[in-house]
Design a protein around this ligand. Structure first.
Ligand code: KE4
Length: 430
């Protein structure tokens, strides 16, 4: 029994599944999760001292790589003055001003503590501002675990094969309608069938919780037109794409305006921060200026703000980072496609920006049905073999690989070399 196995045995006695978030339990890949001791740059080290090239990056926050010196020193400095006050601090305004300056079409921001909270709050603002109850989301998209969003969710729920969660009352679920990603007709049908009842359409501008699925040409633009036509708000859930695709996130990258935008992950620099943002008119609906209640003890926490501010400042000042990580992800995707041509494992690669996924299906993956055609057992074997070759991927088919500014050409080449060895192993086993 290795150290991770011992630690996992202990963890399972006192935490459901031995984890604080389901996907970390490695149930989709049939092995004991690696317990982590530390991480630095593009590398993560487990409790047995094994170092891996990391493409999870804490599920997105680590766009600069782990333990970035400027982020660490910002946190170290701030924590000397106390950890939390539950009172306004200037640093929250600094981060909010930076977010407003980086992201198009927003005038105000409210900080929260997770992506789930950001989405839950943005949905409430949409309902409060429009007086309508229904929300349209997309099959395979995941927006955190608030009740209204756990209806045909992607990510963990999709991986666990239970798209609907226990504990979500039917009375809540019935207000969430589900459309097909990249299919505008499916959206228009729902809008037309629920005239004047739909508060908002919420979308991952790049779906990354069914694996990575990019919006087809005209899809996001079409959502904008349909929302305007039917009087619904458009919510971009940018918990993954925010500050990831570009400084201004998906709105900048695709040139499409959302009414409300949610953030998480990168905005906190590795600390628990989420946020929702929009025009002044919409955001002044939020307490204490308006009737939509929202609150949080640790929202805007000084230490978290310091980490987020340090990370976003670097991204804002060095936009070349985006060119680098997109180029690197495209190269990696191209190399994986070349390997597929050589070993015929039956996989397809999607990549956009610094996000990519290797799907174990021969189908082109443009929506949930395509993603679900993947052979998850084959993905699990690939995952386990890549881990043996010291490459740390998401422990589930329906997730993304995240390329960071810390990944070097050597790391990328080592990753391709590992994939070559793994594909050779898997093709002989097939
Ligand atoms: P959090 O509550 O986990 O901070 O954010 C929820 C969320 C909202 N919206 C999008 C588009 C997201 O991807 C997420 C969370 N993403 C998952 C990864 N697929 C978090 C990892 C996990 O659940 O452990």
């Amino acid at each position: 029994m290795d150290t991770s196995e011992k630690l996992f045995e202990q963890a399972c006695k006192v935490m459901p599944g031995g984890v604080n978030s389901p996907v970390r339990a490695y149930r989709a890949v049939g092995m004991t999760p690696r317990f982590i001791r530390s991480a630095k740059g593009a590398y993560i080290t487990d409790v047995d001292g094994v170092e891996y090239i990391d493409y999870v990056g804490s599920w997105g926050p680590m766009i600069l790589g782990h333990a970035h010196p400027q982020v660490l020193s910002a946190v170290a400095e701030v924590m000397q003055h106390g950890l939390s006050f539950g009172a306004p601090t200037g640093r929250e305004t600094q981060l909010a001003e930076l977010v407003v300056s980086m992201v198009p079409n927003i005038e105000m921001v409210r900080m929260v503590n997770s992506g789930t909270e950001a989405v839950m709050s943005a949905v409430r603002v949409a309902r409060g501002a429009t007086g309508k109850d229904k929300i349209i989301k997309f099959e395979g998209c995941y927006h955190g675990h608030s009740d209204s969003m756990l209806v045909k969710a992607g990510s963990g729920a999709l991986t666990q094969g239970r798209p609907d969660s226990a504990g979500v009352p039917a009375s809540i679920a019935e207000n969430t309608l589900t459309a097909t990603y990249n299919n505008l007709e499916s959206v228009e049908q729902l809008l037309a069938a629920n005239q004047d009842q739909v508060a908002a359409v919420i979308v991952e501008p790049v779906a990354a919780n069914m694996g990575v699925v990019a919006p087809e040409e005209g899809f996001l633009q079409g959502l904008r037109v349909l929302c305007d036509q039917y009087g619904a708000l458009l919510i971009f859930d940018e918990v993954i794409t925010g500050f990831r695709l570009a400084r201004g996130g998906a709105q900048e990258y695709f040139g499409v305006r959302a009414d409300l935008v949610t953030f998480g992950k990168i905005i906190g620099g590795g600390m628990p921060v989420g946020a929702f943002a929009g025009t002044r008119k919409l955001m002044e609906q939020v307490a204490p200026t308006g009737p939509v209640y929202q609150a949080g003890t640790l929202s805007g926490n000084p230490v978290a703000m310091a980490a987020g501010l340090a990370q976003l400042t670097i991204l804002n000042e060095q936009p070349k980072i985006y060119t680098q990580i997109e180029r690197d992800a495209a190269w990696l995707a191209q190399q994986m496609c070349e390997l597929e041509k050589e070993y015929h494992l039956g996989c397809t690669v999607n990549q956009i920006g610094s996000l990519l996924s290797v799907f174990f299906t021969e189908q082109t993956v443009t929506n949930y049905v395509g993603a679900k055609s993947s052979d998850t057992e084959k993905y699990a074997a690939y995952f386990r073999a890549m881990l043996k070759h010291k490459v740390y991927l998401a422990p589930a088919q329906f997730e993304a690989m995240f390329v960071s500014a810390a990944h070097t050409q050597q790391d990328l080449q080592a990753t391709v070399d590992a994939a070559r060895a793994v594909m050779a192993e898997l093709s002989t086993e097939a």
